[in-house]
Write a new protein. Structure first.
Length: 395
């Protein structure tokens, strides 16, 4: 975890993490679909064995290529998406025609194609339709087996049924995960809208009365100025007083909005690290009893800066955040420790981000330690709690 030369919020790393997560999901999906291609083992060996006529071998190769292409397009594009009747029905029809045709014409070595048909049905069809299509795939396999003298229900037939219904569950899980992500995005948008409304209400409450009073007194001063300049001067003095008080109120309100909260930053940390593909261990409910607002804000800034550096510079796979109360010689402190297993960057010393954090923590009576750890980089920020914090906060 190297120091970041620029102080930044959690927004950019979340966006950069999304691309990384998308690439990882794509790779996992490709590998997961590729595992099932092991069932092509028997048809390919049968073609290479040369037990068919030239025409049969060519037809088998072309049919197998078309079957695999239709299967990959169907599962890769449609799995987890809302049911698209035309696209799914067209590709499933291709699979449902080629699987029995190839198995019927070339032998039982091609019966593994029914596994793909069952998987495709379970992964792309709605559960109600899949519950009929999967047994139908097994029935077609059984009927084709009769052509080659297979009259028993063997493990291959059971495999077609079991894998198909397992894919129904996997497909449902994928769709649920997608819906959950959409719901999270919606909740985040609603929260942002609610915050905007709250800001608008607060500003209206703060400035509405003051601005109305300033307008009224300005009109009075304008009318009094020609004949009663002394009274107009008093009105102008009142306008100045009201304006100064309004400015103070606005500054206090803006300071409250800008001050980060540790609980919010911890939640944002989990989201940012997870989105960046970093395994995160983050405390859920921080104990902030006796922690002044300035000290809490300093720890929140320290956490934000540390997470920014983990995502942008460390290349870490794991990050641990701990919040601990400790008793020191100077009194009780609240300690925030952020440790990752990354490279930690190449430069020595503190950059602008960590230097700014050190100054911010010192104003709250706290300290900052950052440097290489045994397996990565470690940042530790401490602020006093209880009576000691009141003394430190005045520094």
């Amino acid at each position: 975890m190297a120091e970041d030369p620029k102080a930044a919020g959690p927004g950019p790393e979340a966006r950069s993490g999304q691309g990384r997560l998308g690439r990882r999901e794509l790779l996992v999906k490709v590998l997961w679909i590729g595992v099932w291609l092991v069932f092509l083992n028997s048809p390919v060996r049968d073609l290479l064995a040369g037990g068919h006529t030239r025409g049969g071998t060519v037809a088998g190769a072309v049919g197998l290529t078309a079957f695999v292409a239709a299967y990959l397009i169907l599962v890769f594009r449609e799995m987890g998406r809302p049911f698209a009747p035309r696209a799914v029905a067209s590709l499933l029809t291709v699979l449902a025609v080629l699987a029995p045709a190839l198995a019927y014409g070339l032998g039982t070595e091609w019966s593994g194609l029914f596994v793909y048909l069952s998987v495709a049905c379970g992964a792309t069809l709605p559960p109600r339709l899949a519950c009929w299509a999967i047994p139908g795939s097994a029935l077609m396999m059984y009927l084709v087996g009769l052509r080659w003298g297979v009259y028993t229900i063997d493990e291959d037939l059971l495999l077609v049924v079991l894998i198909g219904f397992a894919m129904v569950g996997v497909g449902q899980l994928v769709r649920t995960t997608i819906e959950l992500r959409k719901a999270r995005a919606t909740v985040a948008q609603l929260a942002a809208n609610e915050e905007r409304l709250r800001l608008a209400r607060d500003l209206h409450d703060l400035l509405g009365h003051s601005l109305s009073l300033i307008t009224l007194k300005s009109e009075l001063a304008g009318r009094m100025l020609p004949e009663h300049p002394d009274k107009a001067a008093r009105q102008v003095a009142d306008i100045e007083q009201v304006s100064r008080q309004a400015l103070v109120d606005v500054r206090e309100a803006v300071t409250g909005y800008r001050r980060p909260r540790l609980a919010v930053e911890l939640a944002g940390t989990l989201v940012a690290l997870t989105a960046a593909g970093v395994a995160a261990e983050v405390p859920a409910e921080p104990d902030l009893a006796g922690v002044p607002e300035e000290a809490e804000s300093a720890l929140a800034w320290a956490l934000r800066e540390a997470v920014t550096n983990v995502v942008r510079h460390s290349g870490a796979d794991r990050c641990t955040v701990r919040l601990t109360r400790r008793q020191t010689l100077d009194g009780p402190v609240l300690e925030l420790a952020v440790e990752d297993d990354g490279s930690g960057g190449g430069g020595g010393g503190f950059g602008n981000g960590l230097t700014g954090l050190t100054e911010r923590l010192e104003k709250a009576g706290g300290t900052l330690e950052a440097g290489r750890a045994r397996h990565g980089f470690r940042l530790v920020a401490r602020v006093p709690v209880g009576p000691a914090a009141d003394i430190g906060s005045g520094a």
